[in-house]
Design a binder for this molecule. Structure first.
Ligand code: PLP
Length: 442
């Protein structure tokens, strides 16, 4: 025994033991090389073992390994806070440090509540989310999430917060131009808020570009323009969850920028340290901070390792690597990855290939006309994942996110630094694994 893995009996695909890693490559104990086309879980933005990070870690560990940020600060905490304030959009000028994406979302949910309580509107508590979304596995973040596969067992333990449909143009049935459809989809939020009563709603949370539930879905910019209007008009805070897509994944520093929307709270994780140390952050807009200060309202929340000096020293080093040159390369590499996948347009089991920056979602359907998904029991995405892994390419499968309304899918999200040869190999492997499973489905 020893380690408890999460898979159910009979489903564990095995866990190759990784003993080394470089660039976009993992090396197993048997010396086999695996191309990491998912950057872990869209984490290892700068590739594996980049120079400088281990030094930053060691230097910090030799000076100060830990202080409680409830009572102290360190140069790297201050530096990362300043860098994030200048990188993130709008007036998101204060960073609250925690250790995982789920905790960054929990902190945002609680801060939204604190904001309304401080302002004298304590009835505002609900956080409206969307179906086919994932904001984390802790109970608050899961309550806000709409990934049914990850929620089902825990529903009795979750706050029953309402949801609207996903920002999922491939499966929208609204009428009109892309812009009109986007506005119609966003107005579902307005109807829900009115029905429930704005005085009960604290916030709306969304992944600006779809992540693990429906990867690389991006609506027309009118969608978030409308969402922003509704949030402002009805007094909701808008929480953007950029845990997966922040820090260049979309070819922009943050996905919100590409969509022209400014959130009040933003959850960040993964790319903040690019996987080299556990750290995440909730970015907080000036007006939220000012409201708490004006009303002398303290935020009763925190985690022992929040703002850990070693993690912030790593993040401090990593943030310097997020340059405009890297974002431009992401856009170019993403285009190249997409063109390697062109043969999938002919595949009878592929409904859509979507891409934003260096994030690709390949959605599988049993019927391309009706867009009917496969029976989850067919485990199509899992079988493609396993086939690609056997051929030395690690991808990220998913599915079951909206009962009967979404196909399963494969996400590709290689390191932002991935080389051209690796891109070609990833594309060829994915196309051949999809074709093999399509033949089996026959
Ligand atoms: N939010 C989004 C959009 C995510 O993709 C994830 C993880 O994949 C989380 C939150 C949760 O992050 P963590 O697994 O670090 O708790």
């Amino acid at each position: 025994m020893g380690v408890f893995y999460k898979w159910g009996a009979g489903r564990d695909p095995g866990h190759p033991e990784i003993v080394d890693a470089y660039d976009s490559t993992l090396v197993t104990a048997e010396g086999e090389e695996i191309l990491d086309a998912a950057a872990g879980a869209a984490v290892v933005n700068l590739g594996h073992s980049p120079p400088g990070v281990a030094d930053a870690m060691a230097e910090q560990a030799e000076r100060v390994g830990y202080v409680s940020t409830s009572h102290f600060t360190t140069p790297s905490v201050e530096s990362v806070g300043e860098k994030l304030a200048s990188m993130t959009p709008g007036s998101l000028n204060a960073a609250f440090f925690v250790d995982s994406g789920s905790e960054a979302v929990e902190s945002a949910i609680k801060l939204a509540r604190d904001y309304h309580v401080a302002r004298g509107e304590p009835t505002r508590e609900a956080v409206i989310g969307r179906w086919a979304s994932y904001h984390g596995s802790t109970l608050g973040a899961l309550a806000a999430s709409g990934n049914t596969g990850r929620r089902t067992t825990y529903v009795p333990s979750l706050r029953d917060w309402p949801k609207i449909g996903p920002a999922y143009p491939y499966r929208w049935d609204h009428e009109g131009s892309p812009e009109e459809q986007a506005i119609a989809a966003a107005r579902e939020l307005e109807r829900l808020v009115r029905r429930r009563g704005p005085e009960t709603v604290a916030a709306f949370i969304a992944e600006p570009v779809g992540g693990s539930s429906i990867p690389a879905t991006r609506p027309h910019p009118a969608y978030y323009r409308e969402i922003r209007r509704i949030c402002s008009e009805y007094g909701l805070l808008f929480i953007a969850d950029e845990v997966m897509v922040g820090f260049g994944r979309t070819g922009e520093p943050f996905a919100c920028e590409g969509l022209g929307v400014t959130p009040d709270l933003m959850a960040l994780g993964k790319g903040l340290s690019a996987g080299y140390a556990p750290i995440s952050a909730t970015m907080v807009a000036d007006r939220v901070v000012e409201t708490l200060e004006e009303h002398d309202h303290s935020f009763q929340h925190g985690h022992t390792y929040g703002g850990n000096p070693i993690s912030t020293a790593v993040a401090d080093r990593v943030l310097d690597r997020y340059t405009e040159d890297l974002f431009a390369a992401v856009r170019r590499r993403g285009g190249r990855l997409e063109s390697t996948l062109e043969p999938l347009a002919e595949s009878p089991i592929v409904g859509e290939v979507r891409r934003v920056g260096l994030q690709v979602g390949v959605e599988f359907v049993a019927d391309r006309e009706t867009k009917a998904p496969f029976d989850p029991g067919a485990a199509v995405a899992d079988r493609i994942y396993e086939d690609a892994l056997e051929n030395g390419v690690y991808t990220y499968p998913g599915g079951g996110s909206v009962d009967g309304q979404a196909g399963d899918h494969l996400m590709l999200a290689p390191p932002l630094t991935v080389g051209d040869d690796a891109i070609e190999t990833i594309g060829e492997a994915v196309v051949s694994s999809v074709n093999r499973v399509a033949d089996e489905e026959g």
